[in-house]
Write a protein that binds this ligand. Structure first.
Ligand code: PMP
Length: 422
């Protein structure tokens, strides 16, 4: 009998072992539209993942695609370092008129490298430069990116270990509800700040996610965020809100901190800012913090002009009125009801849910269960990922433009997948 070795795909023979999402979703995707992806075998999948929050307006959104195709057709600038271009001007003008001005946000706009971690690195560097101090406070279960500065303010032990060098000049503090509400908010943080013997160097800044996406969909209460902003003001620390995943409408408002009524000193945005899944990121800061020397922080890929074109089209289409925000809150309510039903289906299992807008997490006591549900959901035609320090949370992140019928269909598949793995 001849035994034939299974044929390994080029992904296995050539691509690095570091690949991850493809392991959870073992197929080869070919095309996508809206909230549906199709693999090369023609099978379709509903998307409750949305490119980890990069596709808030869906895959190949037709309005954004038209703008992009027109731009390319006219030989518009594709790569522009930080040269002034018509595409960048249109973006800045539109961002100013649709997002910043109506919210009375005074921010200057910086284009760092194209990914979220580039924006975080710029934010940390600027905060340290502005305050002339090295210490930065982050929060338990935070996620801010994989480059060394961002990793130093990220909680996950596995990811941190990958650095291979000490991750220093940062101190973690308990995120909202980390201690189960047993101690008053910020008591530890305040104590360390006021005690000259605490060993905490006076921080330049505090970096926070309003909802920790990778950390398990941990939602900070608006009053906790307000207290944090007040503490930062009182103690002369800059407040950085990392809105890379929760910005661009994910929680309802364009910025996730709007609900709390706070104005951070520095804000990072990426993922859905281009609206089309094209790499782009922004670091926003109050004008008095604009103390950069020309070229002091730069990079080759800061002028992704096709991304500026789709970003402008996305702002024009979705942010000139409050329709998308309303729809996000309504559809979010529908998700919440479905998760409540899932939890009450099996009250003994200790399953819980939490979220805001269109980002929701379903946490299981049995830590293996979330991965099993994600796998079963894939078999049933739904893409959902897991998050949390041990992957114990099923994370729902559908596009904001998903139709009510598709949302219903996805929630139905999720409910079935939970039952089938019970
Ligand atoms: N900050 C937050 C809050 C994120 O969720 C992420 C990505 N998941 C990042 C930063 C890093 O972004 P990127 O992967 O584009 O570098």
């Amino acid at each position: 009998m001849t035994i034939t070795e299974p044929v390994l795909s080029v992904f296995e023979t050539v691509e690095s072992e570091v690949r991850s999402y493809c392991r959870a979703w073992p197929t080869v995707f070919e095309r996508a539209r809206g909230s549906r992806l199709y693999d090369e075998g023609g099978r379709d999948y509903l998307d409750f993942f949305a490119g980890a929050g990069s596709l808030n307006y869906g895959h190949n959104n037709p309005v954004l695609k038209r703008a992009l195709l027109d731009y390319l057709e006219q030989d518009g600038i594709t790569h522009g370092l930080d040269m002034s271009t018509t595409a960048k001007r249109a973006f800045l003008e539109t961002f100013q008129s649709t997002i910043l001005a109506p919210r009375e946000l005074p921010y200057k706009v910086m284009f760092p490298g194209p990914t979220g971690t580039n924006a975080v690195e710029a934010a940390l560097k600027l905060a340290r430069k502005a305050k002339g101090r090295e210490a930065v406070v982050s929060f338990t279960n935070a996620f801010h990116g994989m480059s060394l500065g961002s990793l130093a303010v990220t909680g996950n032990a596995f990811k941190r270990a990958g650095a291979g060098v000490p991750l220093v000049h940062t101190t973690p503090m308990p995120f909202d509800n980390y201690l189960g509400g047993r101690v008053p908010d910020f008591i530890w943080f305040e104590r360390l700040l006021e005690d000259q013997g605490s060993g905490l160097n006076q921080p330049a800044a505090v970096i926070v996610e309003t909802v920790q996406g990778e950390g398990g969909v941990n939602v900070a209460r608006p009053e906790w965020l307000r207290q944090l902003a007040e503490l930062c003001r009182r103690r002369d620390m800059l407040l950085i809100v990392d809105d890379v995943q929760m910005g661009c409408g994910r929680t309802g408002g364009f910025f996730s901190f709007e609900e709390a009524g706070i104005t951070p000193d520095i804000v990072t945005l990426s993922k859905s800012i281009s609206g089309y899944g094209l790499p782009m990121s922004l670091c926003l800061f109050k004008p008095e913090l604009d103390i950069w020397e020309p070229g002091e922080h730069n990079g080759t890929f800061r002028g992704n002009n096709p991304a500026f074109v789709t970003a402008t089209a996305a702002l024009d289409t979705y942010w000139r009125d409050g329709v998308l925000r309303e729809q996000t809150l309504i559809q979010g309510g529908r998700i919440e009801r479905a998760l409540r039903d899932i939890c009450s289906d099996d009250p003994g299992a200790g399953t819980s849910y939490r979220g805001r807008g269109m980002v929701w997490g379903l946490e299981f006591q049995d830590k293996e269960r979330a991965a099993a549900i994600s796998r079963r959901a894939f078999e049933n035609g739904l893409l959902v990922e897991t998050s949390g320090p041990e992957g114990e949370v099923v994370k729902l992140l559908p596009s904001l433009t998903i139709s009510p019928a598709e949302l219903e269909e996805g929630l139905e598949i999720l409910t079935r997948s939970v039952r089938e793995t019970g």
